[in-house]
Design a protein around this ligand. Sequence first.
Ligand code: PBG
Length: 331
Amino acid sequence: MTGLYPATRLRRTRATAWSRALHRETVLTPRDLIWPLFVTEGSGVEEPIGSLPGVSRWSVDLIVARAKEAMALGIPVVALFPNTQPERRSDDGKEALNPDNLMCRAIKAIKQACGDDLGVLTDVALDPYTSHGQDGLIDAGGYVVNDATVEVLVGQSLNQARAGADVIAPSDMMDGRIGAIREALEGEDFVNVQIMSYAAKYASAFYGPFRDAVGSRGLLKGDKKTYQMDPANAEEALREVELDLAEGADSVMVKPGLPYLDIVRRVKDAFEVPVFAYQVSGEYAMIEAAAAAGAGDRDALVLETLLAFKRAGCSGVLTYHAAHAARLLGG
Ligand code: PBG
């Protein structure tokens, strides 16, 4: 540049609202959101979760009301997590296989009320059902054993599919579970039941409030580092995704969200498949705490973080802010 003015003024297209709208590269809509919901026993029950301000567990009847709310807001799918009664938790997590468990009752009630106008995504892992809080079966030394766990996860997936689940979402990080679940679903003719694999799920410090919500925090001894990924690793995430796709996953998830957007982008660039991210409970709590402390405007923080997921390459985001964000977006 030799003249008295810049040859290119990138500020020119930013000068007015209409021009910013015209040049916007990424859009966030309610259709990009997946709303995680916690289910609890009883009827007419709402239990606020202390470490997740603004989020509650709902009994099945009120979960249906939340599902209808999601539908009205243009949110395409809800994700369900059960708070299993303590007396129904066991070492082997066999409540996960009970066709009348809380999860199955919630799935049926939502599908009956909403039909195909709303998708139901269900979590596959044993932590809401085990008395030790691990996602799988443990041996005498407390090690989570892989292949025996996969067998139970297959049974859990079929149990959910029979109840009407649209998307099976295994969050357990066992090796080989996607292939085993896919084969079992095909075997029972659930050819259009999707699998959204938690493919790159990290052993993260951001899951605390979720464990309160499903009642596993107090039960969990130790950590989940022998199956969830090391936060230091990125190449390994690509291997996880590659295997899950080869085994029959329809879409893959990266979790947590915001601290792992580099993984989202690498996965998207490498595989060009639908990628989702989970803005997890600790991230939600962080935004709420920042807003409460006056560090930022809550609505602006919510929309900016969700937009960042889209920009990084996500097809959608699981977020506890889904209903609020959908309202802000005019859903
Ligand atoms: C466990 C599971 C976890 C979350 C979803 N499924 C926690 C964990 O791995 O311990 C976390 C979600 C969140 O923090 O919002 N199967």
